[in-house]
Ligand binder design. Structure first.
Ligand SMILES: [Zn+2]
Length: 128
């Protein structure tokens, strides 16, 4: 018996804390939640690319790499990117001189995987 009374008392106390909300209150609250969510989504969307990406989103951190630009260790992050390899005209000629080995290794068409590194210290980006 005592247990039930206790529960009842708790329930009453809770009810007193949170007065019954009217339908209008509820609508206002739901609208507020909706616009808050929309604002959050817009913020997330706007926070992405558009110029310099945030350092934390730029690939994986590689503390052992030394930046060739500013010689700083520990500020470099890398990500894998795919490059289109061209076999036409000047591009193919350039590839023969500069990237001939990798071109032969991966074939004459398609995508070549490369690693893009970014230094958060001097903001430079390079590939290797
Ligand atoms: Zn650097």
């Amino acid at each position: 018996m005592g247990w039930y009374k206790n529960q009842q008392a708790r329930y009453e106390a809770k009810k007193a804390e949170q007065p019954h909300e009217t339908l209008r209150d509820r609508r206002t609250r739901v609208d507020a939640q909706k616009s808050a969510r929309a604002a959050y989504r817009a913020a997330v969307r706007d926070a992405k690319p558009a110029g310099q990406p945030a350092p934390s989103t730029h690939g994986r951190s590689r503390p052992e790499i030394v930046c060739p630009q500013c010689q700083t260790k520990g500020s470099v992050s890398v990500e894998s990117v795919k490059r289109k390899t061209g076999i036409h005209g000047g591009k193919a000629t350039a590839a023969l001189f500069t990237g001939g080995v990798s071109l032969l290794a991966t074939g004459l068409s398609g995508h070549r995987a490369t690693t893009r590194a970014h230094c958060n210290n001097c903001k430079s980006t390079w590939e290797f």
